[in-house]
Design a protein around this ligand. Structure first.
Ligand SMILES: Cc1cc2nc3c(=O)[nH]c(=O)nc-3n(C[C@H](O)[C@H](O)[C@H](O)COP(=O)(O)O)c2cc1C
Length: 178
């Protein structure tokens, strides 16, 4: 079974981005092994001095999870017109590796506005040589108005866009390797 690792850029307990990822986990059902990464808040601040062998344990664990995943989905809010620091920090730890090289990736920014943050997410992931297409990236604006408190989508156009992304992402992953 193909493995998907989902990384939520918000570490807030009631995060809309986390709810969105939980919805994707439902769509994955028993077809994909879908794991939401839970270590973002505990990752050491990136420091090139520590980016040597062996890297900090939590960093090694995240690198391992990404390596083992057939595809990675990142879903994040925009903070101050940029990526949340905790997500950027995690991605900085990946710069010295090739683990995102060609990795099928779904990139979602779900935020109040999110345009700048989304641009930066795409730029960072392109820099990491992740594989994504126009169809596997999505900006969802006014996210709080579009999701009910139980995490279901209230907005039909958003649901359709998310389903298109899910379909393109899983296709890309299924067609990539075994
Ligand atoms: C410190 C801070 C800065 C924010 N800056 C932005 C911003 O620049 N653009 C934006 O669209 N939303 C911004 N927001 C609002 C978030 O998009 C919104 O709170 C979103 O729901 C957070 O995602 P979450 O529910 O997954 O935690 C900011 C929120 C916080 C707490």
């Amino acid at each position: 079974m193909k493995k998907i690792l989902a990384i939520c850029g918000s570490i807030r307990a009631d995060s809309a981005n986390l709810k969105l990822l939980k919805l994707l986990a439902q769509w994955a059902g028993s077809r994909y092994d879908f794991t939401i990464y839970e270590g973002l808040a505990e990752l050491h601040h990136f420091n090139p001095d520590l980016d040597v062998e062996p890297a900090p344990e939590a960093v090694t664990a995240l690198r391992q999870q990404i390596t083992e995943a057939d595809g990675v989905i990142i879903c994040t809010p925009e903070y101050v017109f940029s990526l949340p620091g905790s997500l950027k920090n995690a991605l900085e730890w990946m710069v010295s590796t090739v683990i995102f090289d060609g990795k099928p990736t779904g990139l979602i920014t779900a935020s109040a506005s999110g345009e700048k943050g989304h641009e930066q997410l795409l730029l960072v992931m392109r820099t990491l040589s992740a594989a994504y297409t126009e169809q596997t990236q999505l900006l969802i604006k006014s996210v709080k108005a579009k999701f009910a408190t139980d995490g279901q989508i209230k907005d039909a156009a958003t649901e359709a866009a998310l389903r298109r992304l899910w379909s393109a992402f899983t296709k890309m992953m299924d067609e990539n390797g075994n």
